[in-house]
Design a protein around this ligand. Structure first.
Ligand code: SF4
Ligand code: SF4
Length: 276
């Protein structure tokens, strides 16, 4: 009995010793900065930073292979805290929001065919380049709505994507999923936008949409420096805006595709009552 107890006790001690050695030998040291980074990142695992999730981004930050300003949902506060943890200097990036560059809803834009397939813009786009005659307008099937981790997008009563500017973090996921590049990111403080995405000549635009940019260049003449032309499409030169001349351009645009979106951050993109 005593012998058995001694043998069992010895085996127990040996096993404990082996386990302690193995644990020391194979232990993985965790960098306390990793935990700290996870605490300051947004935690939404949205992937907007370009990594599969917050954990992967934190590891890349520690490895020095990722820029510190990629967590857009976290904004400036997260950036500053990342800088403090990693002891590096950081420069806040300009905050941005998504803009839907289309106002060709059911009443304005002509259909090409009746689409009854998958409720997904990418699938619709694959079928003869989409069911709208306009090659660049919003299809309204909501692939962007589906991907937004912040519920910042919705399909409005015109059948177009719209942005809740109060919720949008400027992460850009919607921009990357849209098969027609309808969405863009614009500086949050910019209120005037060209809400068209068609680069076709004016005559052709008129055949498929009442609300598109016809490339008449009136905006360039009215507010020189505030706009540029990309093929036949006027584009705002963000950062060069002048409020007075921009307002004049908004008034003079013959198709009203240059819009001033009301300043309230909770406003959707461009429903008529929110447009000045
Ligand atoms: S913006 Fe793009 S992804 Fe969103 S509903 Fe329109 S076409 Fe689809
Ligand atoms: S609307 Fe687009 S940019 Fe804004 S939070 Fe959603 S996915 Fe990100």
């Amino acid at each position: 009995m005593i012998a058995a107890t001694v043998v069992l006790g010895g085996l127990g001690c040996l096993a404990a010793l082996l386990l302690a050695t193995a644990s020391r030998r194979f232990s993985v040291r965790t960098d306390p900065r990793h935990t700290a980074l996870l605490e300051v990142l947004a935690g939404s695992n949205c992937g907007a930073c370009g990594y599969p999730g917050c954990d992967a981004y934190a590891r890349a930050l520690l490895a020095g292979t990722a820029a510190p300003d990629l967590c857009r949902p976290g904004g400036t506060e997260t950036l500053v805290r990342i800088g403090a943890i990693l002891n590096i200097a950081t420069t806040p990036r300009q905050s941005q929001v998504a803009v839907v560059r289309c106002q060709g809803g059911r009443q304005q834009a002509r259909p090409k065919y009746d689409y009854r397939g998958l409720h997904d813009c990418r699938a619709a786009q694959k079928l003869a380049q989409g069911p709208k005659l306009c090659p660049a307008g919003c299809l309204g099937l909501g692939s962007c709505v589906e991907i937004c981790p912040f519920d910042a997008l919705f399909i409005d009563d015109r059948g177009l994507a719209a942005v809740d500017r109060g919720r949008c973090t400027g992460c850009g996921l919607c921009v990357s999923v849209c098969p027609r590049q309808v969405l863009t990111l614009a500086p949050a403080e910019a209120t005037v936008h060209v809400l068209c995405n068609s680069h076709d000549p004016g005559g052709k635009v008129k055949t498929y949409c009442e609300a598109g940019c016809i490339g008449c260049r009136l905006c360039l003449k009215t507010a020189p420096g505030c706009f540029m032309m990309e093929d036949f499409l006027a584009v705002v030169r963000y950062g060069n805006e002048d409020a007075v001349t921009l307002a004049a351009a908004v008034r003079r645009c013959p198709t009203h595709c240059i819009r001033e979106i009301a300043g309230t951050p909770a406003a959707g993109n461009v429903s008529p009552e929110q447009v000045l």
